[in-house]
Write a protein that binds this ligand. Sequence first.
Ligand code: 6PG
Length: 474
Amino acid sequence: MAMNDTGSGKPGIGLIGLGTMGGALALNIAEKGFPIAVWNRTASVTTEFHAEAGPLAERIVPTATLADLVAAIAPPRAIILMVPAGPAVDDQLAALSPLLGPDDLVIDAGNANFHDTNRRQAAGLPFRFLGMGVSGGEEGARHGPAIMAGGEAADWARMAPVLQAIAAKAEDGTPCADHMGPAGAGHFVKAVHNGIEYADMQMIAETYGIMRDGLGMGATGIGQCFARWNEGVLRSYLVEISAAVSLARDPVGGGPLLDIIVDAAGQKGTGRWTAIEAQNLAAPIPVIEAAVMARNVSARRAERAAGEALYGRAAGKAVDVTPDDLEAALIAGKILCYAQGFAMISAAGKEFSWALDLPAIARVWRAGCIIRSAMLNDMAGALAEDPARNLILAPFFADHLRRSLPGLRRVVSAGALHGLALPALAAGLAWFDMMRTARGTANMIQAQRDFFGLHGFERLDGVKAPHGPWANDT
Ligand code: 6PG
């Protein structure tokens, strides 16, 4: 049955939760020609939402109770949940359970932890269930988000016409909405997206810090730099908005707005989930981990102030790097970060027996989402050549890295010398240097482990040594 004509005069879709994201998503769905019933726990929110929907109001059915919502939708129903991740989702699923039938479908479109989505899928809910990552903020939800769905393929197929209609479109016209895999696969991919979001933002902030504290540039000059970078390889939403925020003026004092914003980053937790999951998977994502760490350190303002009072301010204004070096550092850092992120997705696919399609994930991220960028198109191409190959080994990105790594090295070295912290960029470089070193240093670790733990070790000639001998072994 078509979602835009259920034959009953009733909508085929409903939405619960008319907060910023839910309201924007409902308007987007209505605008694309799909009638939709809506409900919010606070009734006045629903009434106001409908009253302010303009011409779209005729495709929107406001309802006063959850039972009214269910009654307003033609079965088999599809109900999108847009409520805060966590217990609110479980509460809503419990409230819907007595009201829905086995062919009805509930879609959790919030930022759920994918373990929760797995648990809910496995819990034997009395209706069908999809977990769906939605990216792009309010603007994306209203005019075209990127959508990462997880659950049964048949449930995805049922919703695909609506979700692909409301999703952002890549430059080649492909909708940025796809089925990632079973159970929590959609929310897992969204979590990695958010980890990369944290890392992209952190690396941009690090280049900003060198421009501000190492090169003595003002916010306007920095904004112009970001705007220039946005014309090249780094073309992306996050670089674009970094230019915009750098150029904005403070309506109170008149100076650059960026200069009066408190330097403590908030977080809702999805980046942390990615870092935790990477540890569970033994998947190295040091750039993302560094970005999560940096947010946590940023929040410790009083301790940082005490540190500066004790050790003095490290920042100088004579760092020997150029804006071109910084652009190169950001290009290299971005490639290294995404190479880690995609390798983590690959590891999760193996661990959870999910057939995750890496090129399809890169394609979904090309538009609509916060990490959208020109580079993702090239990543989709490189992953399509060989999804099992790390991106740093793909010839296209190896060429980029050869060109940009000298800049990254200069920037990271300068930061270390002058005391300007570059945790994400430095973590990317260290990972790269390990990844391009055939004979590493873990032979020392193995020897130490054997010395105190009798773990044995493998010799380069292939022979397994049961133990030592070590000179001081007792
Ligand atoms: C998106 C974002 C979004 C996320 C915010 C806040 O893809 O649209 O990832 O889902 O909730 O960016 O994240 P933090 O508060 O953790 O920074």
